[in-house]
Design a protein around this ligand. Sequence first.
Ligand code: SAM
Ligand code: FES
Length: 349
Amino acid sequence: MYKTLIDRLIKENNLTAAEYLMLIENRDEIRDYAAKKACELRNKIYGKKVFIRGLIELSSYCRNNCYYCGIRALNKNAERYRLTKEEILSCADEGYRLGFRTFVMQGGEDGYYTDELLSEIIREIKRRYPDTAVTLSLGERSYESYRALKEAGADRYLLRHETANKEHYAKLHPKEMSFENRQECLRQLKSLGYQTGAGFMVGSPYQTNEDLARELIYLRETQPEMVGIGPFIPHKDTPFADFEGGTAEMTVFLLSLIRLTLPRVLLPATTALGTIDPMGREKGIMAGANVLMPNLSPVSVRKKYELYDNKICTGEEAAQCIGCLSERVKNAGCEIVKDKGDFKNEIRR
Ligand code: SAM
Ligand code: FES
């Protein structure tokens, strides 16, 4: 019966929330089938390729106070740093040399990075390396700001919606933060022509299986080009320090359901997944993921961008990470490619 649901998901893509919920609750019986079908679909569209994105964590300053996040403004124990334009460009130089063709600039919401400064950095990366894509993940900004950064050459924007349930959103964030604005930002980014990434944490405090089923409906309705999901991992200096974290098995199963729901999606096996399970990234790829985001930030700052406890890969040079990840990807039956790895539109089939 669950197989029939998966087959209908592939053919008609019209599962109800109740049907997604049934799959989630009975995942032990169907996870292997779902993973097999998810990989088949991914391979048909993208081949057995895994795209790599060089992550540059440009600032651990953040004005916000998300209850789950280790770099929230009120965490007095967080060590703060910000990278200069020159430091960011030298990360990109190193990344290009290592074969990266996408750079992701991520950080807390830090007013230091004005539109002017970011535009200069984006323009310079594009001038030096015209065959690369620039992705931003800098939180909620104004429409004007998103427009200016797009004009400067940014191609993609990652902004996890965090949860599709407004009541749940209010349990994860202080009242100054708005569910509606987050959604509005995603709409604006899409309208400006960014390849847009939504996403959520798996097993975040107060999340139910019903919420997870609704996430899949939300993704089907909003059709993001990228989806970032990873387990929630508690951070010791946050209000959620004593909550349980999400599991790798649930995250991996959801990766398969997301691939089946959005066949063309660019879907990372995240560092958070690799943090809670030493084989997490391999399992993610074997469940239908096709992106990895190794860290290109200078090793001296990596431990300071501590969103959650025990984050992996904070001590290695980027070159070492590439070696390690190539092996992991091979073991998962795929290969890393040096490619911008754009979203494939239906038309270009
Ligand atoms: N400031 C930007 C934003 O809000 O989109 C980008 C940085 S933010 C730290 C990136 C993502 O990290 C968040 O969207 C959240 O889903 C994830 N994250 C934060 N704290 C986490 C935790 N404790 N466990 C797992 N993921 C976490
Ligand atoms: Fe960084 Fe393995 S991915 S050391």
